[in-house]
Design a protein around this ligand. Sequence first.
Ligand code: CA
Length: 542
Amino acid sequence: MGDDNFAPACFAVLGFLLRRPNGHAHFPKRTQLMNFLRTVLVGFSLIVSSAGVRLSAADTPPNIVFVLCDDHRFDCFGAAGHPFLETPHIDSIAKDGAMFTSAYVTTSLCSPSRASILTGQYAHNHRVVDNYHPVDPDLVFFPERLQSAGYQTAFIGKWHMGGEVDDPQRGFDHWISFKGQGTYWPDGHGTTREVPQTTYDGLNINGRRVPQNGYLTDELTDYAIDWLQQTDTSKPFFLYVSHKAVHADFVPADRHRGRYDQQPLPIDVPTVEQMDAGKLPMWVRNQRNSRHGVDFGYNLKGFSPAVYYRRYCESLLAVDDSVGRLRGYLSEHGLADNTLFVYMGDNGFQFGDHGLIDKRVAYEASAKVPLLMAAPGKIPPQTVVESVVGNIDIAPTMLEAAGANQFSDIDGQSFWKTACRSDDAGPVRQHLLYEYYWERNYPHTPTLHAIIGGRWKYIRCHGLWDRDELYDLENDPGEMRNLVDAPEHAERVQELNDQLWEMIQSSQGDEMPLLEDRGPLFPKRDPAKSPQAMFPQEYFRD
Ligand SMILES: [Ca+2]
């Protein structure tokens, strides 16, 4: 009960108790009087606590801490069964709350996925389809709804929507960000190559430029804890910590550098022959020898997915430290019991899976992400949620958890009740629509539409003379046996194609955004590596 409502409510209760059925006033019995006094005392204590001590009652809106990790693939943390990565703090979220084993992004690319998280919409509706173009100013971000519900809000970290923009954005009372990809260290040490949109302009703190002093993952965590310390204790808060880590070029903190030097790559990198035998599309075979393939990764001679993978894992250790510090702060300050803590990746990353690196594609390593949530007293400990959930579901889920006004027309749906194991949880989604729009900058990945999340994954490439794809994830979790042309699956392929178009059309996805060319181009191939793919035998006839 808010302070403004308390006095009128007390008078209403008093009025009710003093009124006889016939409308005449009477003197209350002793029990009625005691109940009334108890109500007054409880209300009074709420007012007192809101004046000086943070509310912790179970029915007050929860605080929310949302930690987004860049390019964190689904199997790279201890609780997911990783063979050597040490992530005790990320794992502790699964122990205290829920781990989602079928969490996906509907577009596996930084800006589109971030926009889907903030709006609850597919990329074809929010239309942030690349990492370069400005964001529609009419889009509503879910933290705006939290502000209206009385939340104090902060964004700390990588924004990366609309190119190299780091100005304060709507929905956030407190703002700390950096342009584009920023940098792990202000002097760039540890970096072996500069990714596009790397910047050394320091931080934008509420519109003021401030130098970056240290390792970015640690520094963002410092700023996050600084903000927690100065929040108004009478209001709930929403803190969005958006790490630069673990985006390429992976640079671990100095304290973690070399930790996994001796560890093997726990991923099977297929040979060209295996890719051909698996009937992968020509575009996948050709991407193998490109900036986003193992033969010419980042257009570097001698690129090693194993070396990059070790540095990726080492970079993740500071993110785990960050989670530990944030959760530790909440516990030490009596906030953990009324805080929903969420950890998520904005997309996955391939390290040789399918002969590829990077993301964008619809395969599991690219589209599936870690998602963990702890909310004491609401989400039971050690809950494993197998339902298919997506980045488009985050906004409605956060709004439901907060008791804030929902969006009326979005693509996502709240899974809050499912996470809480409520009896009245609604029907669970069976599939998600996946989409990726071809970028001229990285011409090796075509426009893709797919049905993801279930046993059968169907991938359709658009505007290309090539095979589509069908995988049986139950018997082929590595997605290396393309069944799309198998006669025994012809009916299934037709059904999935019908279903795909139903999902596209019912979400207004049949008009593709077309944006002008921006940014550098990376069409290069290594002439010494795998040759271009041949058309499949079945494409030939006399
Ligand atoms: Ca990303």
